[in-house]
Design a protein around this ligand. Sequence first.
Ligand SMILES: Nc1ncnc2c1ncn2[C@@H]1O[C@H](COP(=O)(O)OP(=O)(O)OP(=O)(O)O)[C@@H](O)[C@H]1O
Ligand SMILES: [Mg+2]
Length: 305
Amino acid sequence: MQTTGLGTIHPMAADPTHETLAGELADLRTVMLIGAMDTGKTTFARRLAQAALAGGRRVAFVDADIGNSTVGPPTCVGLRLLDPAEPDAALERADALHFVGAVTPDRHILQQVIATAALAERGREAADLVVIDTSASVSGVIGETLKYHKMELCRPDRVVALQRGSELEPLVGMLRRFFSAEVTVLTTEPGIATVGPVERSAQRTAKLKEAFAEPLERWRVRPTVFAPTLPAGLDLGRLDGMLVGIQDGDGHCLGLGRLEYDDGILRVLTNAGEGMQGLRLGSVRIDPDGFECRPVNLRELIFGV
Ligand SMILES: Nc1ncnc2c1ncn2[C@@H]1O[C@H](COP(=O)(O)OP(=O)(O)OP(=O)(O)O)[C@@H](O)[C@H]1O
Ligand SMILES: [Mg+2]
């Protein structure tokens, strides 16, 4: 294993095709990785970032995987800015977050696409190369719609598609038809390690636990500070346990919070309360002990339908 600030890279990932390509793409402006689960997207993204840093370029790493995040906590798209002067800086600490509020993009295509595009844009302003690592949602109406609109708004000059067999053919065919960016298809190495659902879930809860690290504070919350707005007369007890994005007044997410309702009072538990102007309501309920996420249908929660 090689370990740098960009994390551990599997020795088998030193596949000459992958390595050479990473070196070639390091001079581009925006590169997006796509692929199903465990196809090596994040490894390639790290490699590309490393190659660009070695060439003296500043890198913006956009992590759009909201379920198993590398940068920042799950439920958010994260941006990490990497400078060649600090090659050992850790990738995991986010420089900016955009709240999506769910751990799968299935019912959150709008939020997911906007979050990724917004941080890619911020990355372009601050860095020479933007690397966009995406979620494993690559097929069916949801996966293809998601990737179509990400292409539309993030405008990568190159897409690297990692696939087993020919699983990405429909998606790649669609992207090539509708967009001018070159799509390079790579084969996933047969020896790639797969992460089972139990381990994935454990990784996610560990990351969420980190997002709720001490010092935590409880802030009293008025029902008027939410997006979406709460209807008058809503039983606030229904919000108990809901995950929220803590927002400043300038469109930025400062961190995560958990709503608590007790004795007629609504509070938010967070370590990111300084500068809080409003709360974005997520679509998961978070358990305070194990940090498990349970999906919630917001329309049902708010309007009861
Ligand atoms: N070329 C490779 N050969 C062998 N193992 C690899 C290779 N690339 C990555 N790996 C290992 O396989 C695992 C999965 O890789 P990685 O996390 O990059 O995939 P991913 O597509 O980002 O997965 P996810 O769907 O979870 O986001 C990691 O443990 C990584 O070290
Ligand atoms: Mg990944």
